[in-house]
Design a protein around this ligand. Sequence first.
Ligand code: SAM
Ligand code: SF4
Length: 470
Amino acid sequence: MKNDSESLIDFIDAEAIWNHIKKAENPAPSKVREVIAKALEQKGLGLEEAAVLLACEEKELDEEIFAAARSVKESIYGNRMVLFAPMYITNECSNCCSYCGFSITNKDLERRTLELDEIKKEVIALADQGHKRLLMVYGEHPRFGPAWIKETVEMVYATQSEKSGEIRRVNINCAPMSVEGFRTIAEAGIGTYQCFQETYHRKTYETVHLKGAKRNYLWRLHAMHRAMEGGIDDVGMGALFGLFDHRFELLGLLSHARQLEKDCGVGPHTISFPRIEPALGSELASNPPDVITDHRFKKIVAILRLAVPYTGLILTTRETKELRRELMDLGVSQMSAGSRTYPGAYSDPEYDRPEVQQFCIGDNRSLDEVIKEMADSGFYPSWCTACYRSGRTGDHFMTLAKKGFIHEYCIPNALLTFSEYLQDYASEETRKSGEALLAQGEKLMKSKRRNKEVEELLKRIKKGERDLYL
Ligand code: SAM
Ligand code: SF4
């Protein structure tokens, strides 16, 4: 893979995407049902098939699409939900993205970059709430290169809270870098490298990225390829929904995923689908060009679930708690909780401060409140990091996931991490709800052998052992 962007090819075939969209218009109900039936085989969908589901506008058929997504979600992932918190390291940015509060043109934003000791404080505040998985988020600035990012990640892993332990997996969301740059950050032991293309429509991309390194569409498009070449096994892609026609963006995401699979032998570990939220200083963020209604958003999630059944789908606190609840059933497998979106927010006694944050949050509940609701509705929160720490990443993870591995490992590990949470961090009320759910854990596990093993491990956790996993 070349580092110089001149030689990079644009593998997003816009003409083909428009042809799929056009061809799929006004689909016959039988055609939609044919695609749904294929999706239920859990082998994924091609662009042409996803376009048919996107084109469907009949309420009754949409309900069938949702039912299929729920069924695939339940069958592959069970009732488990991986939880994480975003941790903003810097809001300094030299780019001008017209939808983002961190844009260089936003003179009202207070800029801040955390020092290493401030990162430590944030990590302790997060660990003391019970978090084990973080997504570190960075603005793009020439002062902050791969070596500095590596140092910040190492600081997180090195921090141990006296009360409660440590962060076990760090994912990062930062600007794309060269293969050598990725190699440097891989050395820090990052989990997933996440970077969103924002829009796959090139002309729109140029219109909303007005200044700075991010203007280079192809450099960003090839970021996942370079990350993998640099030794990062798990990559996460995404599009910022609202910038351009959602049908084009969804098919763009699928094209990107397929290309990565073709070139690198493994597709994305996760896909994110943030919807634009109002942001300080951004006119565009308050009036997005493509209006993504809640119904449309639900369809985007459901179609992604059917098209890439084994790829993690990530939802953030940009959305309201009511919608998040529905999307959990429809396909989401990972979500952030208790999020704060500015550097230093978790250890800030004066939280909440709009003059420093990136965008508005739709779900302001604490981690404990989110978990209580999950437990009451039968969902197991999971902080499992076993695969990443046992080298079951990238290609290896995908192959295993396709063989019912989630039921053999992920669900038991979810129960173990949930039990740790209940003992160490939960409020009285959450503990009650959680214990009641854990008592039914056995029924959720398909393997009798695993049942016995998990029972033993749960007993050890009750006696005070920590960080046990399969
Ligand atoms: N600076 C890096 C970049 O742009 O890739 C990473 C950090 S950036 C804060 C992370 C993501 O936030 C962006 O990729 C974008 O999709 C999302 N974002 C920016 N403005 C947003 C808004 N107004 N509403 C929702 N998401 C937004
Ligand atoms: Fe900077 Fe990323 Fe925000 Fe763009 S989206 S202004 S690059 S932080």
